[in-house]
Ligand binder design. Sequence first.
Ligand code: C2E
Ligand code: MG
Ligand code: MG
Length: 560
Amino acid sequence: MSEQVEHTVGAGPGLHVADRDRRQAMAQALAGAVRRGELSLHYQPQVDLRNGTMYGVEALLRWHSPEFGAVWPAEFIPVAEQHELIVEIGDWVLRRACEQAAAWRRAGVGHLRVSVNVSAHQLAQGDLARRVQEALLDAGTPPQLLGIEVTETMLVLDAARAARELHALRAIGVQISLDDFGTGYSNLSLLRALPIDVIKIDRSYVDDVTAAPNQVSITRAVIRMAHSLQMKVLAEGVETEGQLALLVSGGCDAMQGHCFSPALEAEAIAELWHARPVFDAPCLQRGGPRQRTVLLVDDEESILASLRRLLRRDGYRILTATSAAEGLLQLAGNEVDVIVSDQRMPHMTGVEFLRRAKQLYPDTVRIVLSGYTELESITAAINEGAIYKFLTKPWEDQLLRANIDEAFRQKAMADENRRLSRQLHDANEELAGLNERLTEALATEHERTQLVETGLGGAVDMLIKLPGALLGVDEFGCVSFVNREAEALWPARPPLLGQDASSALPPALAPLLAEPEDCGRTFENDGVSYHCRIRVLRDGPSCGRLLLITPLASLQEPGS
Ligand code: C2E
Ligand code: MG
Ligand code: MG
């Protein structure tokens, strides 16, 4: 026992040192990894859940070190960050991703947007937008084909700087995603002020159908809140059909994960795009009118069989379940319009089941069909909207069919209303997005104009204070600019500005003003010698002549 304790105590610091040494050695190896071509990018497809199309990829860094073998980013990215190698590596990733986006575009691989992860250090440099723009220009990639992923922690560290950088990136037209949402400290309302297009829900929030309803509700609340802030939601690390079905029913916009594809090399992405550009999971129904679907839940098989026989002639797609749990599984995997449930079932009553169904799938129309009338709980469920109708067993065939038909009509009307309000919402969202972009573009333009104006003002001020006499004569022969030293040359005369140059300037200068090309000559006036250099201005906004006049006597002053 004591030996074991001694061993543990002895091994602890030893392991720690080994770990530190490995990180140190890794940092050294990583320092030359870009130059030696040891880094590569893999790309994980991202799928639009409205129609199943693969619309983008996330670029994920891979390092194959001759010394350490294949190292995962979870291990080497923190080392690169700690040893400040991440900026150089991040630049490489950015450029490589832009080049790949351009290559896919040239090869006719649709419009795949490539999202790149950036680290806190890259954001802290303060010139990420410029680097991104350069990478895009050099690769010839339109900004719509690039996305940038930042994490919550980065935004919390220096919120003001992050906001500036993100606004600059957004102004370029690059999509911005917030990665690993839910693992940091920020919340959606804090993020409202930031120009974020997509929230990426972390893998730990991607639930399966068996998850507790309150956990499912958190994920759905995040989706709803993100939508209300005009952001789209992408779920990360989706592995099973059940997870996918639950996300689709919760209104999630997009996903990436092994259930469609892991990260692949660029060539494999192009092959996948040609072979399977649309994800054909059953819960992603596309095109054509959807079949009207009814879910029948009853623990008695014989009842399910006779209901199925009865309803078949009405042309519905009929799903059945012999328990509430099985019913929930059917709901997660299928788009159901009407649910007809028995009340008395083991483990969960029909009312409880339909309450849960209302919480998770509020658009369904829910009916109880039961011989057991526990009036109180059923009335309560009807009052709170969990149940649309209560029908009794044994049923009358025609009446039951008419009721179910009515339920479908109710559902179709509600669907149409939702479709119209979604259309309105989308149009408003698009308009708001356009407005926001326009405001940002105007603000950037205004900033640029101010910079130019300030620059121009500064330049004019410098010319006025130039230690040399400078005169401008416009194309019509009028004096258009006089700096301080030029005004001081011949003080007895009236101010030169605006006068005809040939009569206002010393007569000895007149022949020079007629010279067609640049020239320089000495002339005399009132017994003083001057040297005049003339530059003829032909192009640009100012045409005419620029005269630089130097009293020659004054040149000798410092030495005499
Ligand atoms: P991330 O940005 O959240 O990337 C998603 C990670 O989840 C990737 O791991 C991906 O391979 C993995 N993943 C995707 N689908 C599934 C799934 O269905 N199941 C499971 N279990 N995992 C899935 P990866 O490639 O190991 O990258 C890990 C992290 O390293 C990334 O997390 C990101 O934070 C960082 N990283 C990767 N590439 C870069 C990069 O170029 N720059 C920076 N700064 N960080 C990077
Ligand atoms: Mg990411
Ligand atoms: Mg992530």
